[in-house]
Design a binder for this molecule. Structure first.
Ligand code: FMN
Length: 218
C-alpha cells in the first residue's frame, strides 16, 4: 500500500466558463482509482487550504511557526510516497492555483518520489500544452514525473461530477489509458520508498542552509 496525494489544480469560482471546477471530478476519479487499488489516498483541494494572502513559503518560517494549514500540508507531502498532479490548462499553462500552492513548499519535501501528470480541459486539447511545463516544474521540485502523461479532453463528457465515468463513456478504454501512468507511478513510488528505507538520501541532497547560491557552479 502506498501513501499518495492527489492535488487538485483548480480554485476557480466563476461561470462562465462552465462547468465550474471541472477538475474536481478528475481528481475524484484518480482518488477512486487509487483507493480501489488499495492505496491510502488524500485529495488535496486548494480551496480547503487556508493560505495567507501574502506569499511566504513554509520553509521561510522558523521551525514550528508556520500557519497550521501550511504545517499540516507540509507533513502530508513529506509522508507521501508519490503525487498525482491534476491541472487544468489556463492560457496554455499549468494551473496558477496549483503552482501557487506547490510554491509554498521546498523540494526537500517532494524529492526522491515520483509524480504523475494529469491534465484536462473542457475543449479538445486536454491540457496537453500545460502538461509540458508541468514536467519542468515538478522536476525542479524533485518529484520526477513518470513518462506517461494523462490528458482528458472534454472532461465534462468523460466524467460525471461524482468522479465516476459518464454514462456514455467507454470506461474500459479510459481505464486502460489511465492505467499506464498509474502503473508507472506505483512502480516508481514503491521503488523509491524501498531505496529511501534501505539507504536513505544522499548527503548531497541536504537542504541548502543560507540561500540557493550554495548550489551554484563554482
Ligand atoms: C483563465 C482561463 C484560461 C483558459 N485557457 C485555456 C487554454 O489555454 N486551453 C484550454 O484548452 N482551455 C482553457 N480554458 C478552459 C478550461 O479548460 C475550462 O474552463 C476548464 O473547465 C477549467 O478547469 P476548472 O473548471 O477545473 O477550473 C481556460 C479557462 C480559463 C478560466
Amino acid at each position: 500500500m502506498l501513501n499518495l496525494l492527489v492535488f487538485l489544480g483548480s480554485a476557480r469560482d466563476s461561470a462562465p466558463p462552465r462547468p465550474v471546477r471541472l477538475g474536481l471530478r478528475v481528481a475524484r476519479q484518480f482518488e477512486l482509482q487509487l483507493i480501489d487499488k488499495g492505496h491510502s489516498v488524500e485529495l488535496i483541494d486548494p480551496l480547503s487550504i487556508d493560505l495567507p494572502a501574502s506569499f511566504k513559503p513554509h520553509f521561510a518560517y522558523a521551525k514550528g511557526a508556520a500557519p497550521a494549514a501550511l504545517g499540516l500540508l507540509a507533513e502530508k507531502i513529506e509522508a507521501a510516497d508519490g503525487y498525482v498532479m491534476v491541472s487544468p490548462e489556463y492560457n496554455h499553462s499549468m494551473s496558477p492555483a496549483l503552482a501557487h500552492l506547490l510554491n509554498h513548499f521546498g523540494s526537500s519535501l517532494f524529492s526522491y518520489k515520483p509524480s504523475a501528470i494529469v491534465t484536462y480541459s473542457a475543449g479538445q486539447w486536454g491540457g496537453a500544452r500545460a502538461a509540458i511545463g508541468m514536467r519542468t516544474f515538478l522536476s525542479e521540485l524533485g518529484c520526477l514525473p513518470v513518462s506517461a502523461m494523462i490528458h482528458i479532453p472534454k472532461a465534462q463528457e468523460v466524467l460525471a461530477e461524482s468522479g465516476d465515468f459518464g454514462a456514455d463513456t467507454d470506461a474500459q478504454s479510459w481505464q486502460a489509458y489511465f492505467g499506464r501512468a498509474i502503473a508507472q507511478l506505483e512502480w516508481w513510488a514503491a521503488a523509491a520508498r524501498a531505496q529511501r528505507e534501505d539507504v536513505g538520501l544522499p548527503a548531497a541532497a541536504q537542504a541548502f542552509r543560507r540561500d540557493p547560491s550554495q548550489r551554484n557552479a563554482p
